[in-house]
Design a protein around this ligand. Structure first.
Ligand SMILES: [Zn+2]
Length: 300
């Protein structure tokens, strides 16, 4: 039995790799090049200084990601969340404005805040009962806590904080995201085993590629049933989506939809009806999905 326990404990400390992502071949050549992220970690080197970043010390992300806005940050997160999932670990990315970077850490890097966790679960439970129309009298009392895989402070065997981390950076000068060829970070995991990628659940906003997620929105907009849209997504990306995830993608995409030539007036109209995607054709705005004509003042 001790041998078995020891074998399990040994598997809880492991070095990740390879974690593959697609970078541009060089700053001026967007042809994709597969890079192993783990080869860049544990180098104890500072991030190259502004003005000194080049093809020798940086892997550039594709030039299509040449913005530092909310949507692009989410795309950059998506690249690495998926790359790490394929390599058997779940990471979260935090945008650090001051550092012009996104810091990615293993999901097991921080202790669970149990009080917060319990409150979140209770709130979600209450919300669900309300949606189902369950009255106060009918409501069963359930003391529930969200299941967690995060380390718990003070609980023997479950209190190891994993140190796996790395960063993606934004270069203001070139307007590009990059991974330094040598950075600090940590490629080792501790306190948990490598997981089977298909068992790792990541937020639906990070699943698949931007195009695959847009296909969901297009499919649902053209009145394909959410379950069918989910199946199309699964065929394309290999990721399973529940119906509520399909709805989530559709709703958030619609809210954030914008066209490249959007004017301030377009944005105002779109913001006033977030559930619809609209675009201007000449001076008469039309609904993207139904082509129904509207007065320009319809929603102002
Ligand atoms: Zn870890």
């Amino acid at each position: 039995m001790d041998d078995l326990n020891n074998a399990i404990e040994m598997q809880k400390n492991w070095t990740s790799g390879p974690i593959k992502f697609s970078a541009a071949t060089s700053m001026s050549n967007d042809a994709p090049m597969i890079v192993d992220l783990t080869e860049t970690l544990d180098k104890r080197k500072n991030n190259p200084k502004a003005g000194k970043r080049n093809d020798t010390n940086c892997y550039w992300l594709p030039s299509t990601l040449n913005k530092n806005d909310e949507e692009t940050v989410a795309e950059v997160k998506s690249i690495f969340v998926n790359a790490c999932k394929s390599a058997g670990c779940k990471v979260g990315g935090q945008y650090e404005k001051k550092l012009n970077s996104i810091v990615f850490e293993c999901n097991r890097s921080k202790f669970i805040n149990r009080e917060n966790n319990l409150k979140q679960s209770r709130d979600a439970y209450e919300k669900r009962l309300k949606k189902l129309g369950v009255s106060e009298e009918e409501k069963p009392f359930v003391q529930r806590e969200k299941r967690t895989s995060k380390p718990i402070k003070g609980r023997a065997g479950f209190d190891t904080q994993c140190k796996f981390r790395f960063s993606a950076f934004w270069d203001e000068q070139s307007g590009r995201w990059y991974i330094p060829k040598e950075q600090k970070g940590c490629r080792d995991h501790a306190g948990h085993m490598r997981e089977v990628p298909s068992n790792i659940r990541v937020s639906s906003k990070f699943l698949g590629t931007r195009e695959q997620r847009q296909n969901i929105v297009d499919a649902v907009d053209s009145e394909v049933r959410p379950t069918s849209a989910g199946r199309i997504f699964e065929t394309q990306s290999g990721e399973h989506l529940d119906w509520h995830q399909v709805n989530y993608i559709k709703n958030t995409k619609s809210k954030n939809a914008s066209s490249p030539n959007e004017t301030a007036a377009d944005r105002l109209i779109r913001a006033s009806r977030p559930s619809e995607i609209r675009q201007w054709t000449g001076s008469v705005p039309v609904r993207a999905s139904s082509q129904q004509c509207l007065s320009p003042w319809d929603s102002l």
